[in-house]
Write a protein that binds this ligand. Sequence first.
Ligand code: AMP
Length: 192
Amino acid sequence: MNVLLLGPQGSGKGTQAKRIAGEYGLAYVGTGDIMRAAVARDGDLGGHLRPYLDSGTLVPDELTVALIRDRLDDEDSTPGFVLDGFPRTMAQADALDALLRELDRTLDIVFELQVSKEVSLERLLKRAREEGRSDDTPDVIETRLATYHRETAPLAEHYRAQGILVGIHGERTINEVFAEIQQALEQVSVRR
Ligand code: AMP
């Protein structure tokens, strides 16, 4: 089973993606985590990525797609993956479709975690106080949310057209959101 999550920063997408991966034995593939790990290793790749991450702007598609291709190749032997944070642009969505065809895999379901701009902003500011991530400053948060609504939110239509989009009301507790996700995943496994 291959699962994708869409949703603005602060929608709880990362939390739910990791929980799905844990519960169903799938590989968690989060581009934010992959990129932050590269920055922490501080090699050439990290040096190249750091300015984008620090300013909350998108890493160029070509580089992002290359990173994801490597990772999905690595996960070849797992029963499936949960993608979090990719794709974020239409070009990335097209590249993912092509890559999945190449790997002879398909996306089974795409969840869109729906939360208002106010709630995602509030949650990100709270995380900023608690975790002190370098891209959780108010200015950078604003850039990241604006980028999401401009570049990434329209991808929901791409997956709606493929008949695999499921909208989830995200302004509830982690357990309530996860219960709804599980119901949808169980329907997918019945259909397969
Ligand atoms: P995230 O933790 O998913 O919010 O990602 C943190 C940062 O990593 C983003 O603000 C971007 O700079 C970069 N990033 C993560 N995923 C992508 C992607 N699919 N395309 C471009 N940049 C990305």
